[in-house]
Design a protein around this ligand. Structure first.
Ligand SMILES: [Zn+2]
Length: 284
């Protein structure tokens, strides 16, 4: 029986053997240790060609590993007008080559407020993201674009922001990063079963049951201060109540993928999976 959630890492597992290495090696290694999802970490730029994408897609097909892409960090939906053509190209390239590699979901950081209120920023960013989506669909590309919840209060990407982007644009669905959600306000909030249930309920009410069946979750431990995220932590060093988070997800009927972004990568991804098996009682 397949589990309700697939588990994997953002970036190839640390212990991926050097040959063939890269994403192809990462996919095979992930499958060999019991992971069934991988997010290609194209965070510093999209530097793949069509042949590499074909090899990645083949590896994913052979192993049954589901692929997503983490698009470059430089994307900023609220970037200055003259920079926007260059910024949007990072997203378009990630979606184009990700699609060629067999990835179904493209995750990106939505950007910064530059000190402006969220509702003003959304008025700028929604039409920009809509135009990116229109271009992809016209090219026959059916990927889901996933703006990620950000870890700092100064960054575009509150739960409300990403839900608003998703409500406004068909084909856009948030990436729910529970570590960022916890770190964002810097006060230790979003670390209880009740808070998670209410966040997931808001997601469900905003986007519907179909979105509950295709959740894309990022998770790691996280170090934070008053302004939010400082750095990601391994599971043991974190204050997050991972077990109750899994309970909230299970009790909400969450299905989809849970991607580990901890420094321990596959070791923590497997711990998250073990917690899920314990909490859900699901069997492989
Ligand atoms: Zn991210």
């Amino acid at each position: 029986m397949a589990l309700s959630l697939r588990f994997g890492t953002v970036g190839s597992p640390l212990a991926t053997p050097p040959r063939p290495g890269g994403s192809v090696g990462g996919i095979h290694y992930a499958a060999s240790i019991g992971l069934d999802a991988l997010e290609l970490a194209w965070v510093n730029g999209v530097r793949v060609g069509e042949a590499t994408c074909a090899a990645i897609q083949q590896a994913a097909e052979e192993t049954g590993v589901a692929l997503s892409v983490h698009a470059p960090y430089y994307i900023n939906l609220n970037g200055e007008e003259e920079k926007w053509p260059r910024l949007r190209k990072y997203l378009i390239d990630a979606a184009h080559f990700g699609n060629l590699a067999g990835a179904t979901d493209i995750i990106f950081h939505p950007g910064t407020y530059f000190g402006h209120p969220a509702d003003e920023v959304l008025k700028v960013t929604i039409p920009r993201l809509q135009a990116c989506m229109d271009e992809l669909r016209q090219a026959g590309n059916q990927v889901t674009l996933r703006p990620e919840i950000s870890g700092k209060a100064a960054m575009l990407g509150s739960l409300a922001d990403v839900l608003e982007l998703a409500r406004a644009i068909p084909g856009v669905v948030p990436c729910i990063d529970f570590a960022h959600l916890h770190a964002r306000l810097g006060d230790g909030a979003m670390n209880t079963y009740a808070e998670w249930i209410s966040a997931i309920d808001l997601y469900r009410k905003s986007l519907g049951e179909d979105a509950m069946r295709h959740m894309h979750i990022h998770l790691s431990g996280i170090n934070y201060g008053p302004k939010g995220e400082k750095n990601h932590l391994v599971m043991e060093e974190a204050d997050l109540d991972f077990k109750n988070l899994m309970r909230a997800l299970y009790d909400s009927g969450a299905k989809g993928r849970l991607m580990c972004e901890s420094p321990a990568m596959e070791a923590d991804a497997l711990k998250f999976k073990a917690l899920w098996l314990e909490v859900s009682g699901e069997e492989q």
